[in-house]
Design a protein around this ligand. Structure first.
Ligand code: ATP
Length: 544
């Protein structure tokens, strides 16, 4: 089994992730977090919130930053005034291109459908496949053989182009064999498909009551810019953070939770003076990259990729993605964890004046045939006045925008490992272990009585009770202790505390470390402090 399959099966078996509405056959693109998964994701979001907001020291200049700054939070609604999405550009521009298959009635994202050119019997066709990277060739070959009416032993007569490529590289769709079709040319020409989910508010029927589920949390921050300024004492530069659900009607959700239709974002809008926005952009790129490595992602599989000029969103003066080499991607490919965008004054200006024409630079207001703004802005003054210099300006925005589900998935992929550990008789046996950073691990420690007698359970339960005041801990007295260790290794629990015969005499217990397998004896009275210290020790290294 490939590593990804093993991880997916572990997630289901141990209660990290379930398919949404599974008993009804599931719903594509929607996922539920199980008892362990919910803790992991909460810890990821909490680590982000603590590191970005509550533990941020606004009195000190952080390393690499041009100045000290403040950070505050918001929690905005999922459904907002529909005008928000018109002025933000999402109403007109937030779409992907899709193609429909006339044969199978299925719909695919134009740039995500992959295939490969193959030639046989004097005919050259583009065979597409929905298979994952590791089995796409196998699947394409099976389909090509079927199409050309050839047998497995004739596979050598198929002449393949070197690489799989996106369907968007194909100009003539009449040569394409769609994923679930048996004949060529069943795909329609690509068409725009808006990714926002539409709903209706209140009793109004028809378009008057139409509204959208937010496709990003960012806009809630922009429209509250003035409220934050007026209700707090923050001044530029400052950042506003928000964590919450976003919804996108993705055409082809895939790769486990990586591309879902309902997901959570962790976004910061950082407002600064236009003269300093370049420096702040540099600062946030490095700061955010470091956040992932400090929580355990390997620098080798993580990278910061600057967007090429032609890749930039219309308003952006620069965008960099933090990307991770997820195991479900083809060798050498990376998936986006977070985008850090220099958005200039696009958002605040759009919400002030109306929708700006994104194709023109410098930004111009989009007007209708009568010269009126196409989508009217709020008309509110969203500029900023510097109290010291009296200068008035529209702030620039740097936006580090991360996905909580993608980060959680990356931490899981990175943590998955197989090695050997001794069983009860000391013999080495293979084990599966999730080497999660203790700070985000769902369960911090498990407490075991070695055997279910001689007063051991009573002592263990007392330790459990004391730890439970501070952390999520687990008590287990069933099965041989070696098996109990293994179950915790698989759940990613960093420490196991065992009460044994010696505990009753000298009031000590053993603490076993998930990664090093080392056991040390600690006084029962010191257990809470010891676990606390280990979790908080900053120099975490899973391979220490
Ligand atoms: P992609 O190109 O992968 O669709 P994007 O560039 O559209 O992503 P952004 O709009 O920059 O993504 O959103 C910011 C972050 O939100 C992403 O880096 C990702 O972590 C998360 N995100 C976006 N779309 C999804 C999704 N469908 N499922 C899970 N997370 C998502």
């Amino acid at each position: 089994m490939m590593q990804m399959e093993k991880l997916v099966s572990l997630c289901k078996r141990r209660g990290y992730l379930f398919q949404s509405s599974e008993i009804y056959g599931g719903l594509n693109g929607f996922w539920d977090y199980g008892p362990l998964g919910v803790e992991l994701k909460r810890n990821v979001k909490e680590a982000w919130w603590q590191d970005m907001v509550t533990r941020h020291n606004e009195l000190a200049v952080p390393p690499g930053a041009p100045a000290a700054f403040e950070m505050v939070g918001l929690d905005c609604t999922i459904i907002m005034h529909p005008q928000v999405w018109k002025c933000s550009g999402h109403y007109d521009l937030f779409h992907d291109y899709m193609v429909d298959c006339k044969a199978s009635k299925r719909r695919y994202r134009h740039d995500q459908l992959r295939g490969r050119w193959v030639e046989a019997k004097g005919k050259r066709i583009f065979v597409t496949t929905l298979a994952e990277a590791d089995s796409e060739h196998e699947d394409a070959q099976r389909r090509a053989l079927k199409f050309f009416d050839m047998r497995g032993k004739d596979a050598g007569q198929l002449t393949w182009d070197a690489k799989f490529q996106s369907l968007s590289s194909v100009t003539d769709l009449s040569q394409v064999l769609a994923p679930e079709a048996n004949e060529l040319g069943t795909l329609t020409e690509p068409r725009e498909f808006n990714l926002m989910f539409k709903t209706y508010v209140g009793a109004l029927s028809g378009e008057e009551g139409a509204a959208f589920l937010r496709p990003e949390t960012a806009q809630g921050i922009f429209v509250n810019f003035k409220n934050v300024l007026d209700s707090t004492r923050v001044g530029i530069p400052f950042g506003v953070a928000q964590v919450g659900k976003s919804f996108r009607n993705e055409i082809t959700p895939r790769n486990f939770t990586f591309r879902s239709r309902e997901f959570e974002q962790m976004e910061i809008e950082f407002f600064c003076h236009p003269n300093q926005s370049r420096q702040w952009y540099e600062y946030w790129r490095q700061r955010r990259l470091k956040w992932y490595t400090q929580l355990g992602l390997d620098g080798q599989r993580l990278r910061l990729r600057e967007h090429a000029q032609d890749e930039l969103s219309h308003y952006s003066c620069g965008t960099a993605d933090i990307e991770y080499a997820f195991p479900f991607l083809p060798e050498g490919e990376y998936g986006e964890l977070e985008g850090i965008a220099h958005r200039g004054d696009f958002d605040l200006r759009s919400h002030m004046e109306g929708k700006l024409d994104p194709r023109k630079r410098p930004l111009e207001l989009e007007v209708d045939e009568n010269g009126q703004p196409k989508w009217r802005g709020s008309g509110k003054d969203l500029t900023y006045r510097d109290e010291q210099t009296n200068e008035r300006f529209t702030p620039h925005v740097i936006e580090p925008s991360a996905g909580a589900d993608r980060a959680t998935l990356a931490f899981l992929c990175e943590a998955y490992d197989e090695d050997e550990a001794p069983d009860d008789s000391g013999k080495m046996q293979s084990r599966v272990v999730l080497r999660l950073n203790p700070r985000i691990a769902p369960v911090k420690a498990a407490v075991f009585p070695l055997v279910k007698k001689d007063g051991m359970p009573e002592v263990a339960k007392e330790i459990y009770g004391a730890l439970k005041q501070k952390f999520n801990v687990f008590y287990d007295e069933k099965a041989a202790v070696g098996r109990r260790y293994r179950r915790q290794d698989e759940a990613g629990t960093p420490y196991c505390i065992t009460v044994d015969g010696q505990s009753l005499q000298d009031k000590t217990v053993t603490i076993r470390d998930r990664d090093t397998l080392q056991q040390s004896r600690v006084k029962i009275d010191d257990v809470v402090h010891e676990i606390e210290q280990r979790i908080n020790s900053c120099g975490y290294n899973k391979h220490q």
